[in-house]
Write a protein that binds this ligand. Structure first.
Ligand code: HPA
Length: 269
């Protein structure tokens, strides 16, 4: 039943975009949507116009899919994602990834904002996601869609090692400082208590967030290589109350670093 919906939505998008076949899918996280403006856009579809897409109940929610080119490569970028804490089911949260797979993407790039729990991280750092810990319900719970992937998908090399190595090489060339770490995905929407940040650190986490993990699990179910980047917007274990404007400025600066990294990664895929 869900598979039919996925195929119907993908078919509708193919018609709207005259069979534009994206090679790379990109999910732009909170505050990182500006990358969308760097795309040489051919088609833009608002989520609310896409049949089968979750309907946003959040006021002023801007969500759209941008089809176009980055460095001569065909991409589809999602400006805005669906979060579990908004009340969507995990099937709804991950529906766009299923659809992008049907459109033909061979890679998924994901980004997000997160709270640093590794005490060597500072606000504005860019963290390459090396692995994750899932503290949300698993999006694969329910009947398995055999056509798309196995019942028990392997999660080794979840964040593709070759892509991570490429990122490290590019960052060195471009003089971009990178951190590396494990992303802990919780449901939110409340931020963590101090005790919870300490718990996340104790179980092996480096950054805490409320997204990304469901989409990545679903991408890996379908064997799509994943590259993930997190912008550290606050430090969970610090006593200091963050200055919001500083966080935004740092986030924007980190966003620019992320854009450069994504652009060069896409060019060299
Ligand atoms: N926790 C969870 N999600 C987040 C945080 C955080 O500290 N910062 C940005 N997103």
């Amino acid at each position: 039943m869900l598979l039919e919906e996925i195929k119907k939505t993908a078919q509708w998008i193919k018609e709207q975009t005259h069979d534009f076949r994206p090679e790379v899918g990109i999910i732009l996280g909170t505050g990182l949507g500006e990358f969308g403006d760097k795309i040489d856009a051919k088609y833009i579809l608002d989520y609310k116009s896409i049949p089968g897409f979750p309907v946003s109940t959040v006021q002023g929610h801007k969500g759209r899919m941008i089809f176009g080119e980055v460095e001569g490569r065909r991409v589809v970028a999602m400006q805005g994602r669906f979060h579990y804490y908004e009340g969507y089911t995990m099937q709804q949260v991950t529906f766009p990834v299923r659809v992008m797979q049907q459109l033909g993407i061979g890679y998924l790039f994901v980004s997000n904002a997160s709270g640093g729990i590794n005490t060597s991280f500072t606000v504005g750092d860019l963290m390459i996601i090396t692995d994750h810990i899932n503290l949300m319900p698993n999006p694969l719970i329910g009947p398995n869609m055999e056509e798309l992937g196995p019942r028990f998908p392997d999660m080794h090399n979840c964040y593709d090692k070759t892509l991570r190595q490429k990122a490290a090489a590019i960052a060195e060339e471009e003089n971009i400082k990178l951190q590396y770490g494990v992303y802990v995905g919780g449901t939110g929407p409340s931020f963590e208590t101090q005790a919870e940040y300490r718990y996340f650190k104790a179980i092996g986490g480096d950054a805490a967030g409320m997204s990304t993990v469901p989409e990545v699990i679903v991408a890996r179910h379908m064997s799509i290589p994943v590259f993930g980047v997190s912008v550290i917007t606050n430090c969970g274990l610090s006593d200091e109350v963050g200055d919001h404007e500083d966080v935004q400025r740092q986030g924007k600066k980190a966003g620019e670093k992320m854009e450069l990294l994504f652009k060069r990664m896409i060019k060299e895929l």
